[in-house]
Design a binder for this molecule. Structure first.
Ligand SMILES: *Cc1c(COP(=O)(O)O)cnc(C)c1O
Length: 398
């Protein structure tokens, strides 16, 4: 039976129409209060936030020009490095892990390396302390990519503060959203000031900002189970039917990155929605934990969770199976079922045809294998217990 509703692939904070009638709110202040950071800077995207971070790192280390990122991450990260004219190196993940493989990282560290970007994927917390240990006193900046993990903490503190700089994404579907947007924080206030200075030089009035306002209104109207069938479900079906999984999950991006400042109205909308975020994250956590237990009871199923001291957030449940064949069987049955089952990234970075010109051809077997054996289950409040149980039964029978 065809369902009418379409569950979004991640648990974005449900927008409210009343958010749109916000007067100017102070989004940086709302976020830094919520995150418990000294300050925060709002940018026009997570990608733009990463670019600011890299530019400030470069101001301090002008002779270094190489950025190391994990092989399993968002293609926009590679595009950001490329857009700045920096060199990209990738490092494999540890086996069956979302953490960077430390041996692979160690082997790549030299005096060209400007920054390492440990990445908190899918709400999980990555081990930044281990990366910091490796680069200690070398002048290499540690930039935490927390695009997918706004609200996660380690030992009671927001992620993004263990390294030098941390950034979050406010893109559609990523927790709190202003349709496009980003937030950047820094351990040392001087780094934040340096980023603010670069950001203040960006244009305020831009054609992009106007477009983003319209898109945010659209998002507020359509980010609901029924309209999601039209705005998300149908394009997804079309892409999968023409055999284009990269297009299906929206993993294909233009090479030039819009850079401007986020306008006051969108910041106000974000600040108003941000008030609901802590409660929402707690509710999502309470929903996720028993579901993880249910999944973990299925033989051959692994779900990434928190380790000691980590308190991640739960936009999705990131599931890894024992074989690619089984994963593909699950997706054949569920990807188009409207039940919020999807994938985080289709490939490891070196395996994207569209990134061939900007990503070095490095062999990253662990990342490639993780991409081939994993999928995500939405932790959206709209995925009810019965539907979740239906997903579990498909996984069991695959
Ligand atoms: C989405 C994402 C980004 C980029 O953020 P945007 O706000 O979409 O520019 C960077 N890194 C990761 C891991 C992401 O998922």
């Amino acid at each position: 039976m065809r369902r009418l509703a379409e569950i979004p692939p991640t648990a974005g904070l449900p927008p409210r129409l009343s958010d749109l009638f916000a007067s100017k709110g102070d989004l940086p202040r709302a976020l830094s209060a919520e995150l418990g950071t000294g300050g925060a800077l709002v940018t026009c995207s997570g990608t733009a936030a990463l670019m600011l971070a890299l530019r400030v790192a470069r101001q301090r280390q002008p002779r270094r020009d190489t950025v190391i990122v994990p092989a399993f991450t968002c293609p926009l990260v590679a595009i950001a490095v490329h857009a700045l004219g920096l060199r990209l190196r990738i490092t494999d993940l540890a086996c069956d892990s979302l953490d960077i493989d430390l041996d692979s990282l160690r082997a790549q560290l030299d005096d060209r390396v400007l920054a390492v970007v440990p990445t908190h994927l899918g709400g999980r917390v990555t081990d930044v302390a281990a990366v910091k240990c490796l680069v200690a006193d070398s002048g290499i900046a540690v930039i935490e990519d927390a695009a997918q993990s706004l609200g996660a903490t380690i030992n009671g503190r927001s992620i993004g503060l263990a390294g030098d700089i941390g950034f979050f994404s406010l893109a559609a579907g990523k927790g709190l959203s202003t349709y496009e947007g980003g937030v950047v924080i820094a351990r040392d206030p001087a780094w934040l000031d340096a980023m603010r200075e670069l950001q203040d030089a960006l244009p305020r009035k831009s054609a992009f900002e106007f477009r983003r306002c319209i898109e945010l209104i659209g998002y507020t109207l359509f980010y609901r189970p029924l309209p999601m069938r039209w705005v998300y479900g149908l394009p997804l079906h079309r892409a999968l039917e023409r055999g284009d999984p990269v297009g299906a999950i929206g993993d294909r991006f233009p090479m030039d990155v819009p850079l401007h400042r986020m306008g006051g109205w969108r910041q106000g909308v974000g600040a108003r929605a941000a008030r609901r975020l802590p409660t929402f994250l707690d509710e999502r956590r309470a929903c996720a934990l028993p579901r993880i237990d249910r999944l973990r009871a299925i033989p051959g199923v692994h779900v990434h969770g928190d380790r000691d001291g980590e308190r991640g957030v739960w936009p999705t449940l990131f599931v890894r199976l024992d074989s690619e064949r089984r994963r593909d069987t699950v997706l054949d049955r569920l990807w188009m079922a409207g039940l919020g089952v999807s994938r985080m990234f289709i490939h490891a970075l070196p395996d994207y045809a569209e990134l061939r010109d900007i990503v070095p051809r490095q062999h990253c077997p662990n990342a490639t294998s993780l991409a081939a054996r994993s999928f995500t289950i939405s932790n959206s409040p709209w995925l009810g217990d019965e539907d979740f149980e239906a997903v579990c039964r498909v996984i069991e029978s695959a």
